[in-house]
Design a protein around this ligand. Structure first.
Ligand SMILES: NC(=O)C1=CN([C@@H]2O[C@H](COP(=O)(O)OP(=O)(O)OC[C@H]3O[C@@H](n4cnc5c(N)ncnc54)[C@H](OP(=O)(O)O)[C@@H]3O)[C@@H](O)[C@H]2O)C=CC1
Ligand SMILES: C[C@H](CCC(=O)O)[C@H]1CC[C@H]2[C@@H]3C(=O)C[C@@H]4C[C@H](O)CC[C@]4(C)[C@H]3CC[C@]12C
Length: 294
């Protein structure tokens, strides 16, 4: 009898979850004609997001520092079917530039539906070297430019009931070795955007905030940085990029990619932190380790 009760309870939970999430069906047409900014789109996950959006028929403004790469990505986006594709080159350590990106979108499109914040500044993969100025500089690029762009874009996003998408990392939820400055900035994003999301609810601001918790992805920079040290395989950047866009479009609070590589460690984080710590440390082959620039 007790077993039956447990089974009925599980069936109830399953049906509730199934019907609650039934409206969460993504269609590429949702992005057709939408006006989107993607930062850090000259390579890696950002570049792949630009290509997906182009295939879906969005208007795209991409940004990063390297103009030559941006030109190539824009040309590819145009070929893939973007409603329009544009770039603006500059560095996010300059917060005036961060605002200029949003103003350029306003001038080009007259509105904005989705702001995808994805860029990261250069750092190192190695033991914390005591350089607090580097942490401060990285906070400017990885966090304060995100906040600056959000503030500048908010009037447009309020009018369009739009989406803010923040690309973070499992290293922004769980402390990991060899990336202290990077991890600091990703934790800060969670604090800023998760608090802001709560205020949006209190203020009836219909702008969604999606925080993306991402595991190891096969971008050139990540693979080059951790190869030989990290044992686990990297997940594909194309799929990762699509999952981020889907999550933002469906107005999800958080995206977990890859699901098992992020959700399971996060469950252990609060319930078995010592076990998680020892499992994570086993992932690092320190025999092959030497400090690398990212
Ligand atoms: N790859 C991975 O394993 C993981 C990645 N992530 C997250 O995914 C996102 C993308 O990472 P990934 O694709 O691997 O990174 P990449 O190194 O491939 O891309 C980083 C992008 O940021 C741009 N960028 C670098 N410095 C600056 C700057 N100062 N100002 C403006 N733009 C800059 C780069 O272009 P340019 O040099 O031309 O400026 C590039 O377009 C990041 O937020 C990262 O934290 C999260 C977890 C794992
Ligand atoms: C090895 C980590 C996963 C540990 C686990 O057992 O799940 C990786 C998860 C996130 C990675 C870092 C990251 O967030 C992206 C950085 C981006 C740069 O392009 C290069 C490397 C990163 C520091 C990357 C390193 C591996 C992870 C920590």
């Amino acid at each position: 009898m007790a077993v039956l009760k447990v089974l009925v309870a599980f069936a109830g939970i399953f049906l509730a979850v199934y019907f609650y999430s039934a409206g969460d069906v993504f269609e590429p047409a949702m992005l057709k004609g939408k006006r989107v900014i993607v930062t850090g789109a000259s390579s890696g996950i950002g570049e792949q997001m630009a290509y997906h959006l182009a295939k879906m028929g969005s208007h795209i403004l991409i940004t990063a520092r390297t103009e030559e790469k941006l030109k190539k990505v824009v040309a590819q986006c145009t070929q893939l079917g973007a409603a329009s594709a544009h770039y603006i080159a500059g560095s996010m350590d300059n917060l005036t530039f961060a605002k200029q990106v949003v103003h350029k979108a306003e001038n080009l499109f007259g509105a904005l539906d989705m702001l995808i914040l994805n860029h990261i500044g250069h750092t190192y993969f190695g033991y914390f070297d005591g350089n607090v100025d580097h942490v401060r500089g990285l906070l400017e690029i990885n966090v304060l430019s995100y906040a600056t762009m959000t503030v500048a874009a908010l009037p447009m996003l309020k009018k369009s009931n739009g989406n803010i998408v923040v690309v973070s990392s499992i290293a922004g939820k769980i402390g990991l070795p060899l990336s202290v400055p990077y991890s600091t900035t990703k934790f800060a994003l969670d604090g800023f955007f998760s608090s802001l999301r709560m205020e949006f609810i209190q203020q009836n601001t219909n702008v969604s905030i999606t925080l993306c918790v991402i595991s190891y992805i096969d971008t050139d920079s990540a693979v080059k940085t951790v190869s030989g040290v990290i044992q686990q395989p990297a997940a594909p950047k194309e799929e990762c990029a699509l999952e981020i866009i889907k999550g933002g479009s469906l107005r999800k609070r958080e995206v977990y990619y890859q699901y098992h590589a992020t959700k399971i460690p996060l469950l252990l984080r609060d319930w078995a932190p010592e076990l998680l710590q020892s499992l994570l440390l086993k992932n690092y082959n320190m025999d092959n380790f030497q400090r690398r620039e990212v």
